[in-house]
Design a protein around this ligand. Sequence first.
Ligand code: GZL
Length: 325
Amino acid sequence: MKSRIVYIMVILSMLLSLAACSGGQKTAQKKTYTYQDMVVGFIQTGSEGGWRAANTASFKETAEKLGIKLKFYDAQNKMENQLSAFRNFIADKEVNVIILAALETTGWEDVLKEAQKAGKIVVLEDRRIDAPETLYATYIGSDFAEEGRKAAIEMCKLLEGSAKKNVVELVGNVGSSAAKDRGQGFREKMGECGITIIKSQTANWDATEGKAVMEAWLKETTDIQGVFAQNDEMGLGAAQAIKEAGLDPGDDIKIITVDATAGAFKAMIAGDINTVIECNPLLAPQVYEAALKALNGEELPKWIPSQEGVFYAKDAETILPTRKY
Ligand code: GZL
């Protein structure tokens, strides 16, 4: 009798271990994606300046290096173009990852739900959006509010001892997270040294528009001690307008910009811009890595901030040769 019980127990344990290992084989059959399996639909804002050119180059060059098939779409800075491109990539059976640099923070919930239903991974790069975090894998981009805080702190240093601290603000695309958050961050810190923003207007990230807005302000008053330009191009335009008004940019009127493109470093060397807050465009390696993890079912933090610094005119000549963009 006893030997029969032992015999049954041995058979049972063999059956259990067989089931376990075949089950293991089943999970082992689950596909593991590699970069070569990735087909990315990338929806870029447009080509509005040096920062954007560097950002686009980062995605194209890194895709080439990793063997990712990249379908690149330039939305020409039109929100309607981004939405239609998004739906085209959802319909494109080849595309398994959609990467978005959102022009506006709102208007994304419907397409994100459609993408999720179609089983597409969505990763946000550069610009954050206002939508439920469950609708995208992660957002990789700067802490724009921190960039704004840094700009205010640096403007306080530049205006230390000045009897007046009137600052004008050149704003990017007003619906964008970069513009909203940089403005909010600057306002959080400017009170610490008595800065007043006397004028604030969009120049849509553009040098020509930045010059035109600054020209109009200078016709109204020259009682301006500082310019906070939310990107380099608008700051360069403001510097041109200040010169044409017979004043010295970087001296009579201090200028702080954000991005840290080569143009800003050259302007710092020329003495036209005082301080530049870095905003890193070379995000592609981080973004593709996150997308691959999401494809393989990994849960990601909903925001992976990029690391950035502050650059000063006195150091510009030494640093410029080391810059990638
Ligand atoms: C910032 C990026 C902004 C740049 C501008 O991450 O979104 O857009 O600061 C660009 O130069 O137009």
